[in-house]
Ligand binder design. Structure first.
Ligand code: CA
Length: 426
């Protein structure tokens, strides 16, 4: 066990038991205020620690790296330092915050400069995402979608249990929590008509996913094995892969989704490190038939993370519409990364790889409106009395995610985005 993950640790900063950010978490993000430029911060309880200020106290001197990485507007340069250094930084911050450590606790002048209240800062996109890949790793989701659109008896395509299916997504339109999205326009075609029509999507959907952010990988031609995978994964965020189902249905054959997905995806602002998530590891589903040798792995590689989706119409309270768990994922992250690189494809610091929609086995644990309202045939009732088949304009969709172990809650906070009406094309 890493010293920072000890459930007995307590901080001299008071943290409420419901907080997603106890001393055992210490996620990294990018923030700014009216006075200070974007920079790296770490969350504890209701507070953010300004690492660009903290480093001035010399607390990282023994670690021997360029602490200018903390004054950058993205985490990429920090993540590029590699797992050994990012881990040492988190361990050092953990030490500083432990109740008996006086270095920062008793330096009131420094504390004033180093700490901000999270609710008083603006959280920004944590990484400059170079490449974004979206997997399709939930068997329940793939089965539901296959049943709806193809054949319930052969819902999974023949390759599905032999490789983690994925496609390359669009990085430029990935937004951080709090940023609004516009309803996309596009071509759609109903089954009963001959030609497509054009207009705003009538089937705007969310996809509940987790995504991992990578460290710098190996040169072209080399692969990352399942055994090595964790050395190349910095941490995880909540991920909403916004989708326009009617546009998707018309455009996706033969090359897959394009404009139905690339108009926006949203991520949570705090990157929870693989180190903090270590205690939440759990075995995944049995894989049968046996996978090829390069996809075999050792140990527990799934995570026991509760995931929730809420819909909040304008002028109304939020309704919980789905509750699931990432432990249901068939393909784990080590397999995803091993598969992604087995052909020699390289990865860079700050690449983002999403799990695919995470659906559980029961209808209240599905990860998209397409499944929850089953293609619009079973509308969801909201506490306002309204119904939803898909997402309406001015709705806010909220994801929350956390795992609990030994009474400690390791969480992601919130991913929250509001849908604005489409802009009429020129
Ligand atoms: Ca997706």
């Amino acid at each position: 066990m890493l010293p920072s993950n000890n459930p007995k640790l307590k901080s001299w900063i008071e943290v409420s038991p419901e907080s997603n950010f106890p001393i055992q978490n210490l996620p990294f993000g990018i923030f700014k205020t009216k006075e200070i430029l974007p920079r790296v911060g770490v969350a504890i309880g209701d507070f953010i620690i300004d690492l660009a200020e903290l480093k001035k106290l010399g607390v990282f001197n023994a670690l021997n790296f360029d602490t200018q990485v903390f004054a950058k507007p993205y985490l990429n340069d920090f993540i590029s330092l590699g797992k050994k250094t990012t881990r040492a930084v988190r361990e050092r911050i953990s030490k500083l915050l432990q109740e008996r450590n006086h270095e920062l606790r008793d330096n009131l002048k420094a504390r004033e400069k180093v700490f901000h209240k999270i609710k008083e800062v603006e959280m920004l996109l944590p990484v400059r995402i170079g490449d974004y890949t979206d997997f399709y790793s939930s068997m329940e989701h793939a089965t539901n979608v296959g049943s709806m659109f193809r054949d319930p008896k052969n819902a999974l395509l023949p390759n599905w249990k032999h490789l983690p299916v994925a496609y390359h997504g669009r990085a430029s339109s990935i937004l951080v929590s709090g940023e609004d999205i516009y309803r996309p326009n596009g071509q759609t075609k109903a089954d009963e008509v001959e030609f497509p029509s054009f207009g705003p999507t009538k089937q705007l959907d969310f996809e509940l996913e987790l995504a991992f952010i990578t460290h710098q990988g190996k040169p072209l031609g080399q692969n990352i094995s399942t055994k090595e995978a964790e050395d190349y994964i910095f941490g995880l965020v909540l991920f909403n892969d916004w989708s326009a189902r009617d546009i998707q249905k018309w455009e996706y054959v033969p090359l897959g989704p394009f404009l139905s997905k690339n108009f926006a995806s949203s991520i949570s602002p705090w990157v929870v490190t693989m180190d903090a998530l270590e205690p939440l590891k759990i075995a995944g589903p049995d894989q049968f038939p046996e996978v090829l040798p390069y996809l075999k792995f050792e140990g527990n590689n799934n995570f026991d993370i509760t995931l929730e989706v809420y819909i909040k119409p304008e002028n109304s309270n939020e309704t919980l519409v789905s509750k699931t768990n990432s432990k249901f994922l068939y393909w784990n992250m080590a397999q995803q990364l091993a598969h992604h690189t087995i052909n020699g494809c390289n990865i860079n610091s700050g690449d983002l790889m999403a799990s695919g929609t995470i659906s559980g086995p029961t209808p209240d644990s599905y990860g998209s409106m397409l499944e929850l309202a089953w293609k619009g045939t079973k509308p969801l009732k909201l506490i306002s009395g309204e119904e939803r088949k898909f997402i309406h304009d001015h709705d806010t969709v909220i994801f929350r995610g956390y795992g609990e172990i030994n009474g400690i809650r390791i969480g992601f906070g919130e991913l929250k985005s509001k849908v604005l009406p489409s802009i009429t094309p020129k």
